[in-house]
Design a binder for this molecule. Structure first.
Ligand SMILES: Nc1ncnc2c1ncn2[C@@H]1O[C@H](COP(=O)(O)OP(=O)(O)OP(=O)(O)O)[C@@H](O)[C@H]1O
Length: 442
């Protein structure tokens, strides 16, 4: 078999693999990015074919473990990562990165990525690691919108009225459901979560088993829209047949139930059984007042539990975290803080260089207009050394140019009349400078 045929076969196998595969050569150039990998990062085949996505991938690769493996020539195994992809979907992966060595020479690196998002959804309950029951007091709710949510939830609990919680993933619906359970008028003995992302046979079997239980149970059917219409109808039937009023029911959905019903994803009968009270839990970007209090609550828990020293944010980190749109809501914020905490030893302040690169990159795309008055000299005291001023102007100019071209490196480089690599180099320098500045400050 000739090399061309063999190569076509290998390409086909890589493309069909159930794992994401990404490989680079020893200079860091992308040589393989298979279909599963594109699905995981949320890039369509069309975008990829038009090579529109390449800049995004380049930027990710530049910051990835692949480059580390090129440097060390040592494999990196079992790395777990949760991120929000280009479509804003939450993805959790486990990956292995290996150096590619041919005849004792390093020729590149390859990463194999396994998607464990569904598994993670079932397991992820970080506040439980602190051991306390999930009561309302543990929920960070400083914004008026969240206080209204909690107050309405308490009213439902007092009247034992079935509740439908509506909100994006990671907004805290799970916690609110359990919070309601803890303040129910005539308390229930058990809180049972029906994880509807799990296979529906298990969900139905669980409900059938518990509904005839002697004890009073609070059932929380989490994200019912993941069940087939048939399974939803079966659940509705089981609930209607259950005449005793000793159990209590809460359900959650990830988006507007009316839209879900219209698109055939939510049973109208089931919706009516839960919707005595509907509670809309707002996305974090609509209640940014909760971001800093949540971070400080997190730091406090972390100090008490793990003896860390962390207690504050540097001003630029604060600005960045407030500007970001948090598609994964508080869950994304918490995952980010978990990631950061693993590298914090004795630091008291969270600085820019400690933030994960992928978050900085995404957040900087969302930053509000830079303050142009930075460059206006009104007073003698505003004067800075010329090279500092010129570098600041350059950074600002590049950031604006990138913004105008939606982060597209090729188009920005063309508009600025510089080479693509040169632009990438400047962006990298710009980020390094920021990290150094924060280290100096600390
Ligand atoms: N207001 C909050 N205060 C403290 N922690 C929160 C808050 N909201 C969310 N969290 C944290 O985020 C995690 C994810 O939230 P939760 O599972 O309740 O979201 P959800 O809206 O039910 O998401 P999904 O729709 O994916 O089930 C929680 O386990 C908790 O650790």
């Amino acid at each position: 078999m000739n090399t061309k045929t063999l190569l076509a076969i290998y390409e086909f196998i890589a493309e069909q693999s159930a794992s994401g595969i990404c490989a680079i050569d020893k200079r860091g150039n992308l040589i393989l990015y298979n279909k599963r990998m594109r699905e995981l990062v949320g890039i369509s085949d069309e975008e990829f074919e038009k090579r529109k996505a390449l800049e995004i991938i380049d930027a990710d690769v530049e910051r990835s473990a692949l480059l580390r493996v090129l440097e060390t020539k040592e494999p990196l195994l079992n790395m777990k990562k949760t991120f929000w992809n280009k479509r804003g979907e939450e993805v959790t992966t486990i990956s292995h990165v290996h150096p590619l060595i041919v005849e004792n020479e390093l020729v590149g690196a390859v990463e194999f990525v396994r998607d464990i998002t569904q598994l993670e959804f079932m397991m992820y309950q970080p506040l439980r690691r602190y051991g306390a029951p999930l009561k309302f007091e543990i929920i960070t709710a400083v914004s008026k919108a969240m206080q209204k949510v909690i107050n309405t939830a308490k009213v439902a609990a007092m009247g034992r009225l079935p509740v439908m919680l509506i909100g994006e993933s990671g907004t805290g619906k799970d916690m609110i459901a359990e919070g309601i359970h803890h303040v129910l008028a005539e308390p229930n003995e058990l809180f049972v979560t029906l994880i509807c992302r799990r296979d529906e046979k298990t969900v139905l079997a669980q409900l059938e088993k518990y509904i005839v239980n002697q004890r009073n149970i609070t059932f929380f059917a989490e994200r019912v829209e993941y069940l087939s219409m048939e399974a939803q109808e079966q659940i509705a039937k089981l609930l209607e047949e259950h005449e005793e009023r000793k159990h209590y029911f809460i359900a959650s959905v990830g988006q507007d139930p009316v839209d879900l019903i219209r698109h055939g994803k939510l049973s109208q009968t089931l919706y009516h059984l839960f919707s005595n009270i509907s509670i809309q839990v707002p996305a974090l970007r609509e209640r940014k007042e909760d971001i800093l209090p949540f971070i400080y609550d997190y730091f406090r828990r972390h100090r008490e539990q793990y003896g860390s020293q962390i207690k504050a944010l540097s001003p630029d980190v604060e600005e960045l975290l407030l500007a970001y749109d948090w598609p994964g809501n508080l869950k994304e914020l918490e995952v980010m803080l978990d990631e950061v905490s693993t590298v914090i030893a004795r630091e008291e302040v969270l600085e820019m260089y400690m933030l994960p690169a992928h978050l900085k990159w995404r957040a900087q795309q969302k930053m509000p207009e830079e303050k142009t008055d930075l460059f206006v000299v009104m007073d003698k005291q505003d004067l800075r050394p010329l090279d500092t001023y010129m570098h600041e102007v350059e950074d600002y100019y590049i950031a604006r140019a990138l913004e105008f071209h939606n982060g597209n490196i090729s188009k920005t480089a063309e508009a600025l009349g510089i080479r693509r690599q040169s632009l990438q180099y400047r962006i990298k320098k710009f980020e390094e400078k920021k990290s150094v500045k924060t280290i100096e400050k600390a």
